[in-house]
Design a protein around this ligand. Structure first.
Ligand SMILES: Cc1cc2nc3c(=O)[nH]c(=O)nc-3n(C[C@H](O)[C@H](O)[C@H](O)COP(=O)(O)OP(=O)(O)OC[C@H]3O[C@@H](n4cnc5c(N)ncnc54)[C@H](O)[C@@H]3O)c2cc1C
Ligand code: FES
Length: 344
């Protein structure tokens, strides 16, 4: 993906007049930031994302938890203290990319922000449709093919610099488009923009990223439990079709919890008619707590894939674990920064 382009990095010596004077008087210098043609100092230990945005540098952010990768910046010189280095691939770190929300500034830094026009992939809207009251189905055709796995998510960039993570609902190497399910039940910078999109409109794709959700061919005979809340169904729709494409033979149980009308009911029912091992359950928001209180794996061999708002993912994972499912068989991605009304 784009943010791996290798450009050289260098170390920097504090050089501003403040730094020189502070050194002369033995006072610890405030770290100096350089970005977008500007230089300024910040208190030691500042959060890098805050330091940039307070100074008026546009860096998108959504989750502030290291999950969405909207806040990627590239260190050209100097090194921040990265609290979660494992969140980026080694080749991204090597090229200087860091997640600003996860970094503390304790020395001078020279930075570049992710520029979707330079670092992203252009894509056009193929179609935009309503799937039920609160969900928009956005299909995009990128200017070059994008290699991805079921369960991954992408940053979608608007021309105005809003970047938000959305899970891929399409099936890799089969669907000609990239499909996304966008919760539009409440206002939001990206979903307000998405509502107005028309076929042919241009967007940019940023980081492609994988969380915990994936499918492994070795699971083929095992019971698969798919738990989705709201548009958490998007990656599970892709993973369900991936598992069936790979000939999954174990029982598959999909539960979809939704506030406002369950979407994709018809295509799901068509899949269930074609695959005896697929069982579907639609749970209304009112029935959610009852469902969660009775949630059990069918055996210790189950593999559970869970997606939705953070509280839904947490509760499902906890219940399954307490009911005897080993932690290593529970995979969940939480829509942090999500519209809680839609996906919790
Ligand atoms: C890895 C990952 C994958 C994701 N995949 C999907 C997906 O496939 N589908 C999906 O629908 N979502 C997904 N999300 C969640 C989505 O990225 C977030 O919900 C995102 O914030 C939506 O962007 P927005 O600009 O529309 O809303 P934002 O402007 O970011 O606002 C977020 C929420 O806060 C509310 N809000 C904003 N400002 C205020 C305010 N001042 N007062 C009260 N409420 C406010 C908005 O109504 C909105 O509901 C994913 C998140 C992650 C981390
Ligand atoms: S805002 Fe930094 S990773 Fe989401």
């Amino acid at each position: 993906m784009p943010p791996c382009s290798g450009r050289t990095r260098r170390s920097i010596e504090p050089s501003g007049p403040g730094a020189i004077a502070a050194r002369r008087h033995g006072i610890p210098a405030m770290p100096e930031l350089r970005c977008a043609g500007r230089r300024w100092t910040v208190p030691t230990d500042s959060n890098l994302l805050d330091a940039l945005t307070l100074a008026g540098v546009t860096v998108p952010s959504s989750c502030r938890a290291g999950s969405c990768h909207a806040c990627l910046v590239r260190c050209v010189a100097g090194e921040p203290r990265d609290l979660q280095p494992e969140l980026l691939r080694p080749e991204q770190r090597e090229a200087g990319w860091r997640l600003a929300c996860q970094c503390r500034v304790d020395g001078d830094l020279s930075l570049e922000v992710f520029d979707p026009r330079r670092d992203g992939l252009a894509t056009r809207v193929q179609s935009l449709e309503r799937l039920g009251a609160d969900v928009l189905r956005l299909r995009l055709l990128p200017e070059r093919p994008l290699r991805y796995r079921a369960g991954q998510h992408l940053l979608l960039w608007t021309a105005a610099g809003v970047a938000r993570p959305y899970s891929l609902a399409s099936l890799p190497n089969e669907d000609p488009w990239l499909e996304f399910h966008i919760d539009s039940s409440r206002p939001g910078a990206f979903c307000d923009f998405a509502r107005e999109l028309r076929p042919g409109d241009l967007l940019r794709l940023g980081e492609l990223h994988g969380g915990a959700l994936h499918y492994e061919p070795e699971w083929c005979e095992r019971p698969l439990l798919l738990l989705a809340a709201g548009t958490g169904l998007a990656p599970l729709w892709s993973l369900l079709r991936e598992s069936l494409r790979q000939g999954h033979r174990g029982p598959i149980r999909l539960l979809h919890v939704c506030r406002q009308g369950h979407y994709l009911k018809e295509p799901l029912q068509a899949l269930a008619r074609a695959h005896d091992n697929l069982q579907l359950e639609w749970i209304s928001h009112e029935e959610r707590d009852r469902m969660l209180s009775t949630l059990r794996p069918t055996s210790r061999r189950d593999v559970a894939l869970v997606c939705g708002g953070p509280s839904f993912v947490d509760v499902c994972a906890r219940r399954l674990y307490l009911a005897g499912l080993p932690r290593g068989q529970i995979f969940g991605d939480a829509f942090i920064g999500a519209n809680q009304a839609g996906v919790s």
